[in-house]
Design a protein around this ligand. Structure first.
Ligand SMILES: Cc1cc2nc3c(=O)[nH]c(=O)nc-3n(C[C@H](O)[C@H](O)[C@H](O)COP(=O)(O)OP(=O)(O)OC[C@H]3O[C@@H](n4cnc5c(N)ncnc54)[C@H](O)[C@@H]3O)c2cc1C
Length: 437
């Protein structure tokens, strides 16, 4: 169980989160110095970079991961820990991918939805990663119109043979699972999972290292050199490779000419309460992860030591909130009035990369330099799916990569100035439409 272990000291640059306070171990990878040669150099030590590194190392390639801060420093080590089958942008994907996949598009998206779960489950078991992996989600309706979409998802799951994993609940059914009167129904999905994302990320990095991958921390990539033998350059060193993958999501400022205006930061905040003891079992006896059906949603779950970890809202201006606990406390108390006045022990925030049409962006910057980014708040499973797709592409199997790379994305002119205001306006529009539903 991941509980606070005073003997593990998180690095000062990590966010003051419940996750950093409950690290299994702190990473201590060297800074890149001098010249290194590998098959694949990966920029970014989040799930995208690390999951791809594991996949490539398992296929026998020599890999190096280069990270500006610490492994799992970004969204991968600070998120809600919910492993959902809801791919972001699935409707847009369905429309665009029909051009390449024809009638197979629905099957393609359905199987993709659950691929990340399999990869994570297998990896956790194979490498013995301690990350509090548990099954069970409630996708909860806050008003009757939400039930229509839940019913449609439920029907599809049953039609596709997942009937044993899903149950459609009415308001009384939800109250039997959760100590809250807020919801009028839900889907209970036992295939979905939740976990401690930072311990998963550092555990996967250790797995990659055990397979021969080189990992560098405190090593910001300042430039990518293109050519027959591409390279990544930091202040102290250079890695020459046959191929390079840029996996810095919304945190990097590389390759602006091609990538500017494609992805924008939204800030998400999360808090964790004090340990709740018996109250934890009263509010969430089945230890389920919960998220609601709104466009800007609340999501929560219990931690292994019985705290409520609660996230919600998002700031689409791209600026950080100064009082995350002040913003989220009313949401917690509305959901669970029994927690009125509960102590908040941790609060933190992080940027997530939002893409206008919500489809993950995969592409090439030159013949042997690739990028993969943009999961719009649904990245825990999706990064692992993309890690597999990128590893396949880099080793010559381009089928799934090409399907994603063929999707069209909106590139906002003057992206750094106009992107976030456009995103905020779009979100305002969707929230208004939602109020009318
Ligand atoms: C508050 C919050 C809650 C979320 N909750 C969920 C959830 O419950 N479920 C879910 O599925 N998804 C969730 N997400 C989304 C998910 O966390 C992300 O989509 C996912 O972690 C992105 O992974 P990544 O590896 O692409 O990016 P990151 O984890 O952000 O990693 C990118 C890394 O690249 C490094 N980097 C950037 N530039 C350079 C450079 N030039 N040189 C070297 N390194 C560089 C950064 O330092 C960073 O560590 C949440 C996100 C946030 C912010």
């Amino acid at each position: 169980m991941n509980a606070i272990n005073p003997s593990v000291k998180p690095a000062p640059e990590r966010a003051p989160s419940y996750y950093s306070a409950t690290l299994n171990f702190e990473t201590d990878y060297p800074t890149l110095q001098g010249n290194v040669t590998v098959d694949v150099a990966i920029i970014g030590g989040g799930f995208t970079g690390i999951a791809t590194a594991v996949e490539l190392a398992e296929r026998g390639l020599k890999v190096a991961v280069v990270e500006t801060n610490k492994i799992g420093w970004g969204a991968s080590g600070r998120n809600g820990g919910q492993v959902t089958g809801s791919l972001s942008g699935d409707e847009a994907m369905r429309k665009q991918m029909r051009n390449t996949l024809g009638s197979e598009v629905d099957d393609f998206i359905w199987h993709l939805r659950w691929r990340g779960h399999e990869i994570i489950k297998n990896r956790v078991a194979k490498y013995g990663i301690q990350c509090d992996l548990k099954h069970g989600h409630l996708h909860a309706a806050m008003k009757p119109s939400h039930m229509d979409e839940l019913k449609a998802s439920y029907d599809e799951a049953v039609r596709r043979g997942m009937g044993d994993d899903v149950t459609l609940l009415d308001a009384d059914g939800v109250r039997a699972q959760l100590g809250s009167n807020l919801y009028c129904g839900a889907i209970k999905n036992m295939r979905n999972m939740h976990l401690h994302p930072l311990n998963l990320c550092i555990g996967e990095a250790k797995a990659a290292e055990s397979l021969g991958a080189l990992i560098f921390e405190h090593s910001e990539v300042l430039d990518i050199v293109h050519g027959p033998r591409p390279a990544v350059v930091t202040a102290g060193g250079r890695i020459e490779a046959k191929q390079v993958l840029l996996a810095g999501d919304v945190y990097h400022k590389l390759e602006r000419k091609k990538l500017k205006g494609l992805i924008f930061p939204a800030m998400g905040g999360i808090v964790t309460t004090e340990p709740l003891g018996q109250l934890a079992r009263e509010i969430n006896p089945q230890d389920l992860a919960v998220y609601d059906c709104r466009f800007v949603l609340d999501y929560y779950r219990l931690t292994a030591d019985g705290r409520l970890l609660f996230g919600g809202g998002a700031n689409y201006s791209g600026r950080d909130s100064r009082d995350i606990a002040g913003e989220l406390r009313p949401c917690i108390e509305r959901t669970f009035p029994q927690l009125k006045g509960v102590r908040i022990d941790f609060q933190w925030s992080c940027a997530m990369g939002i893409v206008m049409n919500r489809i993950p962006q995969l592409g090439k910057l030159s013949s042997n330099v690739w990028y993969c980014q943009g999961y719009s708040g649904h990245g825990v499973a999706t990064t692992h799916i993309m890690g597999e797709i990128m590893a396949k592409a880099i080793t010559g199997d381009l089928e799934q990569f090409d399907t994603f790379a063929a999707c069209k994305h909106i590139k906002v002119p003057l992206g750094d100035q106009l992107g976030n205001p456009m995103l905020a306006a779009g979100m305002w529009y969707y929230q208004m439409m939602e109020k009318l539903r």
